[in-house]
Design a protein around this ligand. Structure first.
Ligand code: HGY
Ligand code: MN
Ligand code: MN
Length: 417
């Protein structure tokens, strides 16, 4: 891997390493049941990670601010403090249930080490630099992915956000208020958006691209369009022992047939991906025929019109299945993100700084994808030798982790020139 800009100071100067920083949080939010990490936004685990981040950036002399939507911004200001045309990097600290150690935290830890490297190379930044941690990137608690960056860009209606509920029934407004935000003021932040000259997010690769290319680092070209829909299947709850098979209207059977139909529909559509990873029977008793089954559908495709057509076909099939089973089904869109192509100019700048890095698209959503329509945005991926993500198996080897941080520092320095 050739270095793009400058030479990295001897280890003694940038004492922190990505691996070392990640080891500091390795015990936070571990999930004994699922394995891996469960760090939903504003949970004790995620709050501990927020405190860790604030400690780290304070140690680096950065100015820490939390915005109206709960994102934490750590600024390395230029003399005089003008923040226009700033360079922003960072990622998220929340996780999916049973997630890996790197999805989110790798981007945050790499940004911290990149700041160390840049501080060793430059007395003061020629552009203001900020490290940001966005809340609820995974949407694991309130159901909408990238909730923090969607609020900041106005991509979600603040009222809809305030009324989002977590599995316990708490609203985002209540949880945000309990964590120091004023829910009346969540929403688009033109001032903050206007300050961002470029956003570069480093992230663990969540596929096999870099393994097959035998490269440690890639530059992102695009993010597959993706959405989430909730299907509620209404049947007749009843007793498992006294209800004859012929007399049943079992939503669990309907939902199960629908899940297989979803798989078949996606299999028959080139480049489509459809997933049901979460299913909730009500009431959920072993000896009870469910009265209702809710499940969530995740559909992705490079062409947004095809995503819509796949969902429409799934909905039509679900209605036929429900009717055959004497049930009813309702489908409701929960979030939708169009396919995003990153800023070509920024991508060229990164390619100049990282001449050997291949350019890859991704099927995973990111805050960078939400910001892309509003500010020049780019992403850098770090090799994941497991090729697996949203799972405890997700991995990054130490050398690649450090290469990622140095690459990020090179890229940021290139954008400072
Ligand atoms: O779901 C995604 O693609 C991302 O990991 N939030
Ligand atoms: Mn992520
Ligand atoms: Mn993720």
């Amino acid at each position: 891997m050739t270095r793009g800009m400058g030479t990295t100071p001897p280890p003694s100067v940038s004492a922190a390493t990505v691996t070392g920083l990640l080891s500091e949080i390795a015990g936070t939010g571990t999930d004994a049941l699922r394995g891996g990490y469960t760090r939903p936004v504003y949970s004790t685990a995620e709050l501990d990670l927020r405190h860790w981040f604030i400690e780290q950036v304070t140690k680096r002399g950065l100015t820490v601010e939390t915005d109206r939507n709960g994102a934490i911004w750590a600024w390395w200001d230029v003399p005089g403090g003008d923040r226009s045309n700033s360079l922003v990097t960072g990622s998220h600290l929340d996780s999916v249930p049973g997630g890996g150690a790197f999805d989110g935290p790798l981007g945050v830890a790499s940004a911290l080490v990149a700041v160390d490297i840049l501080k060793a190379r430059l007395a003061t930044p020629t552009r203001p630099l900020a490290v940001v941690v966005f809340p609820e990137e995974e949407g694991s608690r309130f159901g909408v992915a990238c909730l923090g960056s969607r609020l900041m860009t106005g991509a979600i209606d603040p009222d809809k956000a305030r009324n989002l509920r977590d599995p316990d029934g708490s609203t985002f407004a209540d949880v945000a208020r309990a964590n120091g935000l004023d829910p009346r003021f969540i929403g688009r932040d033109d001032k903050l958006l206007g300050q961002i000259g470029a956003f570069v997010e480093l992230h663990v690769e969540q596929g096999r691209g870099l393994i097959d290319l035998n490269q440690p680092i890639a530059i992102a070209s695009s993010i597959l369009g993706h959405g989430r829909w909730r299907l509620s299947v209404q049947g007749q709850g009843n007793h498992a022992g006294t209800t004859l098979m012929a007399d049943r209207h079992d939503p669990m059977v309907s939902a199960s047939r629908m899940v297989v139909a979803i798989r078949d529909t996606a299999r028959n559509q080139a480049h489509a991906r459809a997933t049901v990873g979460r299913l909730q029977p009500v009431p959920g008793g072993t000896n009870v025929i469910a009265s209702r089954v809710d499940f969530w559908l995740d559909v992705r495709h490079p062409d947004d019109a095809v995503t819509a057509a796949v969902v429409e076909s799934i909905h039509a099939q679900a209605q036929v299945i429900a009717a055959e089973e004497g049930c009813r089904v309702e489908l409701r869109e929960e979030s939708l993100s169009p396919t995003v192509h990153f800023d070509p100019g920024l991508q060229k700048e990164l390619q100049r700084a990282l001449p050997q890095a291949p350019v890859l698209d991704t099927g995973a959503g990111h805050d960078a994808g939400v910001l892309a329509p509003f500010v020049p945005t780019a992403m850098v991926f770090v090799r994941n030798p497991s090729g697996v993500s949203h799972s405890p198996e997700e991995h990054v080897v130490d050398d690649d982790a450090e290469t990622g941080a140095e690459t990020l520092a090179d890229a940021l320095q290139g954008l400072m020139a």
